[in-house]
Design a protein around this ligand. Structure first.
Ligand SMILES: *[C@@H]1O[C@H](CO)[C@@H](O)[C@H](O)[C@H]1NC(C)=O
Ligand SMILES: *[C@@H]1O[C@H](CO)[C@@H](O)[C@H](O)[C@H]1NC(C)=O
Ligand SMILES: *[C@@H]1O[C@H](CO)[C@@H](O)[C@H](O)[C@H]1NC(C)=O
Ligand SMILES: *[C@@H]1O[C@H](CO)[C@@H](O)[C@H](O)[C@H]1NC(C)=O
Ligand SMILES: *[C@@H]1O[C@H](CO)[C@@H](O)[C@H](O)[C@H]1NC(C)=O
Ligand SMILES: *[C@@H]1O[C@H](CO)[C@@H](O)[C@H](O)[C@H]1NC(C)=O
Length: 237
């Protein structure tokens, strides 16, 4: 018990939370980025994905308050959040990061999800209307009047290299994991076991990357954006 306690007490003083490029650490918990370009919900979502994030996801009142303050300080009027509804109950509204529905926490204005036809994308009111509350809107395809700014969110990660003590450095540090690209070292492989050996030989003791969430897939994709690489080996668990 004592060694475990020591570990938890020592880590925060040695390593601190950091955010991906362009993102700010807000209230020691979320990495947020403001975007002022008016965008449809799907443009906003794909732009967030391109920078290692998703449209912001809000799971409790503390986060809702923090996101509102951040966007309001950035001078945004309405912001898309990463929620889409498919009927007018909160359990029919789903977060874009594939983390489930808004049944356990939501903050809609008095109209509720108020779904209808293509009015199934959710924004947060800023100073107008119902500040910090949410509303359904036309998703914005081809309608300039329905385009809003947005807030992207990315997972914080620890700086330094607390993940694998044997590694000299974290080449790509994301979502509390270290990644390394074999092609950065001129190594390409045509089978999984040879690729896995490369990882092990370089101190990446977990071997090929194992994937546990949509944002991890998006991050790995973003590492190869603008390259000719179309396939990478990952660990199948
Ligand atoms: C998406 O990102 C690109 C590059 O950062 C930017 O030029 C563009 O305006 C953004 N588009 C939207 C709709 O936000
Ligand atoms: C930061 O988080 C604490 C609780 O963890 C909360 O009481 C406080 O209101 C938050 N601050 C902001 C600006 O959201
Ligand atoms: C949906 O919201 C609009 C205002 O945006 C309101 O006029 C309408 O009554 C609402 N519908 C329902 C079913 O709440
Ligand atoms: C729920 O959604 C339906 C359309 O699917 C709409 O006709 C109905 O008025 C909505 N009810 C409420 C209470 O918002
Ligand atoms: C996998 O690739 C390595 C070299 O990249 C090769 O030496 C080995 O024979 C290959 N194994 C199989 C089963 O094809
Ligand atoms: C991708 O391949 C093309 C054609 O083989 C080549 O001209 C280009 O430089 C490559 N791009 C990168 C980023 O490697």
């Amino acid at each position: 018990m004592i060694p475990l306690l020591l570990l938890f007490l020592l880590l925060p003083s040695t390593f601190c939370l950091i955010c991906p490029k362009e993102y700010y650490l807000v209230n020691d918990s979320k990495c947020l980025k403001a975007a002022w370009t008016r965008a449809t919900h799907s443009e906003a979502e794909s732009n967030c994905t391109a920078s290692g994030g998703t449209l912001v996801n809000i799971k409790n009142a503390i986060d809702n308050h923090a996101v509102f303050n951040f966007a309001n300080t950035a001078g945004l009027d309405y912001i898309w959040i990463g929620l889409s509804c498919f009927a007018n109950t909160t359990s029919s509204c789903f977060w874009d990061d594939a983390s489930g529905s808004a049944a356990s926490y939501s903050n809609f204005d008095p109209y509720g999800p108020n779904y209808s036809g293509d009015r199934n994308c959710v924004f947060m009111w800023m100073s107008a209307g119902y500040p910090a509350r949410w509303s359904s809107s036309n998703c914005g395809n081809n309608f300039a009047m329905y385009s809003y700014g947005y807030i992207c969110e990315a997972p914080p990660t620890l700086n330094g290299n607390p993940y694998h003590s044997m590694l000299p450095a974290c080449n790509y540090n994301y979502n509390r994991k270290c990644y390394m690209r074999s092609d950065d070292y001129g190594k390409l492989y045509s089978n999984q076991s040879a690729a896995n050996n490369f990882c092990l030989q370089n101190g990446y003791t977990s071997g090929l990357a194992s994937i546990h969430s949509k944002i991890d897939v998006d991050f790995i994709r973003s590492l190869y954006k603008g390259t000719n690489t179309t396939h990478v080996y990952i660990g199948a668990e």
